[in-house]
Design a binder for this molecule. Structure first.
Ligand SMILES: *[C@@H]1O[C@H](CO)[C@@H](O)[C@H](O)[C@H]1NC(C)=O
Ligand SMILES: *[C@@H]1O[C@H](CO)[C@@H](O)[C@H](O)[C@H]1NC(C)=O
Length: 353
């Protein structure tokens, strides 16, 4: 994987750029060979990704909507870049340096994906864009926005590398106060095509020996438990549907990614395959966790080209820190101090055979 390391070196530079406020919402396209991705600065969202199958036939493999306007009504986070703190914060509060912060409870008693108006629901600035290589979005979150402490500047870059790799680089820099930061890319994948039905026959391997179990409100109990011999065990590749029936709704759980270091920065997180199209997606990241979600709560969502999406129509692999880390001292800390920079990398590789 030395070429991955190289991509990283190119990419380690800081992209924070001063910019003028521009709230125009647009759609931006990146192209490499047959690969094409459409993004919007609304939510720094991936709207579509078109890739070839084993016969060279193209399909859009991410769920979403036709118009940017529809993303403003979205309640399932299709393709969005979520934050300031992705995933759930139990009881919608946390304590940092002796001060308790109260957040919006937008998911029962808890805060989900940054609150009512998280990073997936705001207009990002387009700091840099080149159709044949990359786009960088930036966003400044103010002190106390959705209850979080301190001003924070966030940046996300999407970039094609060597045609079939998509790199996502997320960064965030607090100005004057320590704050939790946990950004995540929330794309819903269906490798057979966004309109092809469910992903239960997709094959998945997750390089993760443990999960962080949750209570009935999907808040971690604080335990870290082995997956071996449970329906969560995907250490060897298996069909997603093969053991889903042992679970109440499907998969919606944080896996602890094993240290299988391919470089000093990366672990291999997952391999997903669809035997019908032959498409394969591999994922690497520098994050300690990955939320595996099988779109359990998707119900009659009107998507692209008149398609209605149902439960299990896609899977999400949201690399990130562990959920509710701010309330679990035994989980890796998500606190970023002034002077520090949060960095989150994802590398996807798409092939077909
Ligand atoms: C968004 O929701 C509003 C209010 O329900 C509705 O009027 C509007 O048509 C919706 N927009 C789209 C693009 O679906
Ligand atoms: C919120 O918490 C209260 C008190 O613990 C509990 O009774 C209630 O069921 C919770 N609400 C949801 C939506 O889980």
């Amino acid at each position: 994987m030395s070429n991955l390391s190289l991509a990283l070196c190119i990419f380690l530079g800081i992209v924070f750029v001063s910019y003028a406020e521009d709230t125009k919402i647009g759609i931006y396209e990146l192209r490499r060979g047959q690969f094409q991705i459409k993004l919007s600065n609304y939510g720094a969202t991936i709207m579509s990704l078109i890739v070839p199958d084993k016969n060279g036939k193209l399909a859009d493999i991410v769920l979403g909507y036709d118009s940017v306007d529809s993303y403003k009504n979205d309640t399932v986070y299709f393709g969005a870049l979520v934050g300031r703190v992705a995933n759930r914060i139990g009881g919608a509060h946390f304590t940092l340096d002796g001060k308790t912060y109260h957040l919006p409870a937008n998911d029962g008693n808890n805060t989900l994906h940054g609150g009512f108006k998280g990073f997936g629901d705001v207009v990002w600035n387009v700091a840099s864009y080149k159709m044949d290589s990359h786009i960088t979005f930036t966003y400044v979150s103010s002190d106390q926005q959705q209850g979080f402490p301190g001003k924070l500047e966030a940046a996300v870059t999407y970039m094609f590398y060597q045609t079939n790799k998509l790199i996502v680089k997320m960064e965030a820099k607090p100005f004057d106060k320590a704050t939790p930061v946990n950004l995540a890319q929330h794309t819903y994948w269906n490798l057979r095509g966004h309109d092809s039905g469910d992903i239960l026959s997709h094959n998945i391997q997750l390089f993760a020996s443990q999960i962080t179990p949750v209570n009935g409100e999907l808040i971690p109990t604080g335990e870290i438990k082995p997956v071996k011999g449970t329906p969560y065990d995907f250490l060897e590749p298996k069909e997603i549907g093969s053991q889903i029936h042992g679970l109440p709704d499907g998969y919606d759980i944080n896996y602890v990614v094993d240290k299988n270091t391919v470089s000093s920065h990366f672990n291999k997180v997952a391999v997903v395959k669809d035997s019908v199209s032959g498409r394969k997606m591999e994922l690497w990241s520098n994050q300690p966790g990955v939320q595996f979600y099988t779109s359990n709560m998707l119900k009659d969502v009107k998507g692209k080209n008149g398609v209605t999406y149902h439960q299990y129509a896609a899977l999400c692999l949201e690399t990130q820190g562990f959920p509710d880390s701010v309330n679990h001292p035994n989980f890796p800390s998500q606190i970023v101090n002034p002077g520090q920079i949060y960095k989150h990398f994802m590398v996807y590789r798409f092939t077909a055979q």
